[in-house]
Design a protein around this ligand. Structure first.
Ligand code: ZN
Length: 141
């Protein structure tokens, strides 16, 4: 009986996304995943990208194989929640622009989310920040 260490999970590179398959390095993938240690860019805690989670990410969710893991699990969940809220706020705004731009609570929440999101290593949206700030300022007077 072969005793495989817990942190080794067989890798099936045929299950990777098309984008990954076309990328440099795909053909050199090892036969196993191994745990990868890294430091979370948001909270600086040590995190582990577990071998079995890597398999899920690349072979089931078809994530791009070079997408870097920068956040620990809890920060990643927070980032996803913020991203989802930003999408819903944007939809709310588009559905009723004139009214939303006069709603201070709505604008404040939107600005908070826009400021928070880049703290998780995600792309900032300075044009949106300025836009929301401008409308918040005109509320104040
Ligand atoms: Zn973290």
């Amino acid at each position: 009986m072969v005793n495989t260490p817990m942190n080794k999970v067989p890798l099936n590179k045929n299950a990777y996304s098309q984008q990954s398959k076309r990328s440099v390095g795909h053909e050199f993938l090892a036969a196993y995943y191994e745990d990868i240690k890294y430091v979370c860019i948001k909270c600086n805690s040590e995190a582990v990208f577990l071998a079995q989670d890597q398999k899920q990410a690349y072979e089931v969710r078809k994530e791009y194989m070079w997408a870097e893991r920068k956040l620990c699990n809890s920060c990643w969940k927070q980032m996803r929640a913020i991203k989802a809220k930003l999408v819903s706020v944007e939809l709310e705004y588009c559905a009723n622009k004139a009214e939303r731009l006069l709603n201070e609570a709505f604008l404040t929440q939107w600005l908070d989310l826009l400021v928070l999101y880049p703290q998780f290593g995600k792309k900032a949206n300075p044009a949106r920040v300025e836009f929301v700030k401008k409308h918040l300022m005109s509320q104040a007077r």
